[in-house]
Ligand binder design. Structure first.
Ligand code: ADP
Ligand code: MG
Length: 325
């Protein structure tokens, strides 16, 4: 969908904002850029809709160099949501939303039904909100209108630059949930910028961790938590551990507390007590068994069943990516 090939951005004053950035963003995924302030997230994002021109390298959308698109066509096909959503203060919610559909010469009725549908999707009753002025909305509601405006003309790509960071924690969490639900229905390609790892882990299909204009690691939330490749990634994850990062021993301890007795284990597949749960699940799959003998220093500590692991995870997973909250 969106491909960066060895992209550099050096600003006129010599600041190297982005350095040899290569990544392929897939159709329909939420791809999150995360990293410390000043690491080049916004610059990277703005190069996608040509608000900023790369110094070197190529960016392609659907295998076509973005410089070969008509700039208006390109921008109309890319929704953009900013941290401080700039709704036009003297225009109603409807007028704010219908700007791009109007530029695209949509029929009035098509625009109206699209606006109604989208307001419903983000939980704002259309009749109640459509004629309000921006000053009559809370911060969270304005941000929702910003999301609706970005989606109004049905773009394939949405860029969201720290869209929720100015909100209070409750509105923020709600909008994170909303955006995930919305994505289930609209399947857009979303490039999301945040400096908050919790947010990234909650909403992303893949995360790209940046530092000083370079990519440090790209992976699913599970991969990032489970296999952080550098100390910076570890620092960003903080103390959070994935439920998958718990060990076989953690499950066994819970199970032994139930005073299960061990039978003859000689025929059974075994696993070391300090292996990660994900390894246990892989072993259950590859061996086609539903229980494992847990070993420590060549001694059997006990047996865990597939259902014990599932129960253990179910009790702990509180977000879709298995991060213990
Ligand atoms: P982030 O969004 O990750 O905070 P930015 O992409 O905004 O980072 O900025 C990356 C680097 O480029 C920073 O060092 C920033 O100061 C610098 N920068 C951003 N915009 C400009 C500009 N117009 N001119 C010069 N330097 C800039
Ligand atoms: Mg930024």
């Amino acid at each position: 969908m969106i491909t960066f090939e060895h992209v550099d951005k050096v600003y006129q004053d010599g600041t190297e904002a982005v350095n040899d950035f290569s990544v392929h963003i897939k159709q329909g995924e939420i791809f999150t850029l995360i990293g410390p302030s000043g690491c080049g997230k916004t610059t990277t994002m703005k190069m996608i809709n040509r608000l900023i021109t790369p110094t070197k390298g190529t960016i392609k959308i659907n295998d076509k160099d973005i410089t070969s698109y008509d700039i208006h066509q390109l921008r109309w096909n890319i929704g953009y949501v900013l941290q401080q959503i700039a709704l036009f203060p003297h225009m109603t919610v409807r007028e704010n939303i219908e700007i791009v559909p109007q530029m695209k010469n949509w029929e009035k009725s098509r625009t109206t039904s699209r606006i109604t549908e989208l307001l419903d999707m983000v939980g704002l009753e259309p009749e109640k909100f459509i004629n309000r002025m921006p000053s009559e909305l809370s911060g969270g509601q304005q941000q929702r209108i910003g999301v609706v405006r970005a989606l109004a003309a049905d773009p394939d790509i949405i860029l969201m630059d720290e869209p929720f960071s100015a909100l209070d924690p409750i509105s923020r969490e709600q909008l994170q949930k909303d955006i995930q639900e919305l994505q289930q229905k609209i399947h857009k390609t979303i490039v999301f910028v945040t400096h908050d790892m919790d947010e990234a882990l909650t909403i992303s299909d893949r995360i790209c961790l940046m530092d000083e204009g370079k990519i440090i690691q790209v992976g699913t939330p599970q991969e990032i938590v489970l296999y952080p490749q550098t100390d910076l990634v570890k620092t960003f994850i903080g103390e959070k551990r994935s439920a998958w990062q718990m060990t076989v021993k953690d499950v066994l301890q819970q199970r032994l507390a139930k005073q299960e007795t061990m039978n003859n284990n000689s025929e059974k597949v075994s696993i070391q007590a300090d292996q990660f749960l994900i390894e246990a699940v892989k072993l259950l799959e590859t061996e086609g068994v539903n229980q494992l003998v847990v070993l420590k220093d060549n001694r059997a500590l006990g047996v865990i069943h597939e259902r014990d692991i599932l129960q253990f995870l179910r009790e702990r997973i509180t977000s879709k990516n298995g991060v213990i909250q």
